[in-house]
Design a protein around this ligand. Structure first.
Ligand code: CKP
Ligand code: MG
Length: 313
């Protein structure tokens, strides 16, 4: 049995070995990155069973992604290899901790060629949660169709839909993004927006109002990410704020949202109360920013235990 299955695109990212403009670097560090696998890796490190549905180029970068996912215990059975299209790539420029830029080289990538034929209903139905983000439907028309088909398969089998809007304006037009993501919001059981995403999709920057609007659209749980201010969560009958995990030095904020999703789902799978699960999300999300790399700093079980004791003592 699977706990969480994700669908999306995982790429290789190249980051200059020191802070500054890309043009000034003399060497890059290669890493593996992609929002869905970041979250799945976070969950696997916490002892949960995860699987990823995707397409990779049959090339060296694809081999690197596969090796990494297998090393992190993410099931790769439903990753297709494409002999005609390449694995996506992006450059990550860190000027300083609060000024980070991402440049994609992912057009016509192997993942963008994903079609719904890749989906296997029995695989999806074996999971408790299907983790979706707003990046996959932005990659291509066939990826968008694949996402909606996967959501249907999940819904037909009682698998809960967890949705992180992750809006990437570099990948599609604002109007298409808004229309598609609102459609997915309506199909989601758990929604994890940030404030800017609430503003873009629901015309509000108030966490409580964003939460209420998502619940009105049908979500059973909404957790609004507030960065250094923690998070606000709500269901149809209860809502509250949870403080952030204190972080001494942020090194790279990219991936914090994915770590947050991993912590939350881990807490729910472990049957913690919603409040405790959101606390876990704040710990994993905050801690992840102290490492360079999208998921490198995600805690494993024993580190999470130590961090949890720290945050409650
Ligand atoms: O919202 P986050 O900073 O948690 O997401 C980061 C990921 O998938 C990163 O790994 C990158 O590859 C991406 O989002 C993306 O496609 O932008
Ligand atoms: Mg995000």
């Amino acid at each position: 049995r699977m706990d969480v299955i994700g669908i999306g695109e995982t790429m290789v990212s190249l980051t200059p070995d020191k802070y500054g403009l890309i043009r000034q670097t003399s060497s890059f560090e290669p890493r593996v990155a992609g929002t869905e696998t970041n979250t799945l890796i976070g969950l696997s490190r916490l002892g949960h069973n995860t699987g990823f549905i995707s397409r990779l180029g049959e090339d060296e970068l694809g081999a690197m992604v596969l090796k990494e996912l297998r090393g992190e215990n993410v099931d790769t059975k439903l990753i297709d290899l494409d002999p005609y299209h390449q694995t996506g790539l992006f450059l990550k420029e860190i000027i300083n901790e609060s000024d980070v830029h991402v440049y994609y080289y992912r057009q016509h990538s192997a993942a963008s060629q994903m079609t719904r034929e890749l989906l296997d209903e029995s695989y999806i139905s074996s999971a408790s949660y299907l983790f979706i983000t707003g990046i996959t439907p932005a990659i291509s028309e066939s990826c968008k169709q694949t996402i909606f088909t996967a959501i249907n398969m999940a819904k037909n089998n009682g698998v809960k839909i967890v949705f992180d809007p992750n809006i990437r304006k570099k990948l599609w037009s604002e109007s298409e993004a808004r229309q598609t993501l609102i459609e997915i919001l309506k199909l989601s059981d758990i929604i994890l927006p940030g404030i800017s995403e609430g503003q873009f999709l629901l015309d509000s920057n108030d966490p409580e109002e964003i939460g209420k609007k998502c619940v009105d659209l049908g979500a059973e749980l909404v957790v609004v990410k507030l960065g250094e201010n923690g998070a606000y969560y709500c269901t149809s009958d209860h809502g509250d704020y949870v403080p952030s995990f204190p972080v001494k030095q942020v090194r790279d904020p990219v991936g914090a949202g994915d770590a947050f999703a991993a912590g939350l789902l881990s807490g729910l799978i472990d049957e913690l109360s919603i409040e405790k699960a959101v606390e876990r999300a704040c710990i994993t999300g905050g801690y992840a920013t102290t490492y360079v790399g999208d998921y490198e700093g995600f805690p494993d079980k024993s580190r999470l235990e130590r961090l949890t004791n720290l945050s409650t003592s």
